[in-house]
Design a protein around this ligand. Structure first.
Ligand code: ATP
Ligand code: MG
Length: 246
């Protein structure tokens, strides 16, 4: 356990994810207004983690959320939510959850026919944040957009500007990026340096069974746990186990 009695007041304000077993690893949640990154291979649980972060915000913490489905389709996010009994339609009607796909962002882009870039996303989000009450944001995924940049230097510069923009909005964001299995920690090798926190999900083969794990690799302003923890998918969604694996 991280927070020792008497030290709580030193902790910056938190945005709890509400994901069972996770918040205790990071002094109660993400730092409020921070830019967080989650990486992992296909099927490791990135989308599910992000959906729960956004949905719990809307339903438990009075923090409406926008979920940008860029690589995932709106339909697939909707289906995952329905599989866990989340009422997307009701939340959308109440203005608490906005599930937005690439088509909507492209329609707002001035650069007709050109792939959507981080600047288009910034323009879109600026008006989205101005016209809604969102306090949480998910981008699933930034790898989808980053693919269009010519060089890692271009990407790094644009990502830097984008993360600064996100921090300035005051919204707590969670960006998803792919992690190639057994290779680099993130798809482009730059994302983790620009975010305030970096969570890594892994899928490992243990005696012929796949095991999911989560490690908090970095979280600025936070005395965080550094262990690798098993993650289970239950009827309520992802649950991070207290035990550590080696
Ligand atoms: N309703 C459900 N019940 C049980 N397990 C589920 C359910 N929905 C998803 N899962 C599990 O979660 C996994 C998918 O997790 P998720 O879609 O979050 O992964 P991801 O990291 O986003 O993958 P990708 O990179 O392909 O987008 C599935 O492979 C499945 O094992
Ligand atoms: Mg996904």
């Amino acid at each position: 356990m991280i927070v020792r009695p008497g030290t709580e007041r030193l902790v910056a304000p938190r945005t709890p994810t509400g994901i069972e077993g996770f918040d205790r690893l990071v002094q109660g949640g993400f730092p409020r207004g921070s830019v967080n990154l989650i990486a992992g291979p296909a099927g490791s649980g990135k989308t599910l983690f992000a959906i729960q972060f956004a949905h719990n915000g809307a339903t438990l913490f009075d923090e409406p959320a926008a979920y940008l489905a860029l690589e995932e389709s709106r339909d697939s996010v909707d289906r995952v939510m329905a599989g866990f009994g989340m009422d997307l339609k009701g939340l959308e009607e109440a203005g608490k959850f906005f599930l937005i796909d690439l088509g909507a962002i492209r329609a707002g882009s001035s650069r007709d026919g050109v792939a959507v870039g981080l600047r288009d996303l910034e323009d879109f989000l600026r008006s989205c944040i101005a016209s809604t009450q969102i306090r949480r944001l998910v981008v699933d995924s930034v790898s989808a957009i980053a693919l269009h940049y010519r060089s890692p230097a271009d990407l790094r510069e644009e990502m830097f500007a984008f993360t600064r923009f996100l921090r300035d909005t005051g919204v707590t964001s969670l960006l998803i990026t792919e992690a190639p299995e057994g290779g680099r920690l993130t798809r482009f090798g730059v994302e983790q340096f620009l975010a305030d926190s970096f969570l890594h999900l892994a899928l490992e083969d243990v005696k012929g069974e796949l095991r999911r794990t989560l490690t908090v690799r970095k979280m600025r302003f936070t005395k965080h746990d550094t262990g690798k923890h098993p993650v289970h998918v239950t009827r309520e969604g992802l649950v991070v186990s207290e035990e550590r694996v080696t």
